[in-house]
Write a protein that binds this ligand. Structure first.
Ligand SMILES: Nc1ncnc2c1ncn2[C@@H]1O[C@H](COP(=O)(O)OP(=O)(O)OP(=O)(O)O)[C@@H](O)[C@H]1O
Ligand SMILES: [Mg+2]
Length: 241
């Protein structure tokens, strides 16, 4: 059980997420404080995506609390949750395949006024020069890594207060993983809070100051990333130690 504190941005207590046939997340607690980068690590099928989808109102969730900056997110439609400042980058990216890079980004900033939109676009292009070079390229022809950058960039266009990231390294070459994680580090250093879901435990623990280990829908370990990394069972199960 966790008690709320004024520094909490996101507070989740006793979250259950279920699908028609089964429950995937069996009552977990987690929190992200202002400016914190927090990881949820675990293997295939542990319930990482279900956790994020439950928070975002995209999967059926029951909880004692899901709150963001003190406001209750439960039963709120996803678009309203997003407008409160939760920027969700889903697994699989979900881009519009026929749009070009600039169009896709401008769509992410559709609630902004013209000049602000241009300014945001310039910020995203500064963060991802690769996208700037490809601004007229059609999304479906981008590489996986470029698509991941674009999905992240599209969410950044809406100026989120908290990023929820579902396996941003999935399927990327080590070089492109470096680029994506470099951008996340830059955002973290700028004070943007994030909740990062990853199978790549190594990279997640390097980026985030705190971590939760999720196994079969339950949190089995939680603490500062250094402590989680040093845990012999985590070493054995996730770090090849
Ligand atoms: N739409 C769905 N309908 C039914 N069961 C689902 C659905 N999505 C996920 N599940 C089940 O819920 C459990 C958790 O899945 P989830 O996708 O949250 O895991 P994950 O940790 O994100 O895994 P991965 O690392 O493979 O992405 C799994 O047993 C999965 O089969
Ligand atoms: Mg997943």
């Amino acid at each position: 059980m966790v008690a709320s504190s004024p520094a909490d941005m996101l507070l989740v207590r006793n979250l259950h997420v279920s699908y028609r046939t089964a429950e995937a997340v069996h009552g977990i607690d987690l929190r992200v404080r202002a400016g914190e980068a927090v990881a949820v690590v675990g293997s295939n099928g542990a319930g990482k995506s279900s956790t994020l989808r439950g928070i975002m109102g995209l999967a059926s969730a029951l909880a004692d609390e899901i709150s963001f900056q003190g406001g209750d997110l439960r039963r709120m439609p996803t678009y309203r949750i997003a407008r409160l400042g939760l920027g969700f980058v889903p697994e699989g990216r979900e881009l519009f395949p026929g749009l070009n890079v600039a169009e896709e980004l401008l769509l992410g900033g559709r609630l902004l006024r013209g000049p602000q939109r241009r300014q945001k676009l310039d910020e995203v292009f500064a963060l991802f020069p690769r996208l700037a070079e490809r601004r007229k390229q059609i999304c479906r022809t981008l590489s996986g890594g470029e698509q991941q950058m674009l999905a992240l960039g599209r969410v950044l266009m809406s100026s989120p207060r908290l990023l929820l990231l579902d396996e941003p390294s999935l399927g990327l070459s080590p070089l492109l993983q470096d680029a994506v994680f470099g951008a996340l580090r830059h955002l973290r250093d700028g004070g943007l809070a994030m909740l990062l879901v990853e199978q790549n435990v190594h990279r997640a623990l390097a980026l985030c100051e705190r971590a939760y280990v999720l196994e079969l829908g339950l949190i089995t370990r939680a603490g500062p990333s250094g402590d989680v990394r040093a845990d012999p069972q985590v070493q054995k199960a996730y770090l090849g130690g």
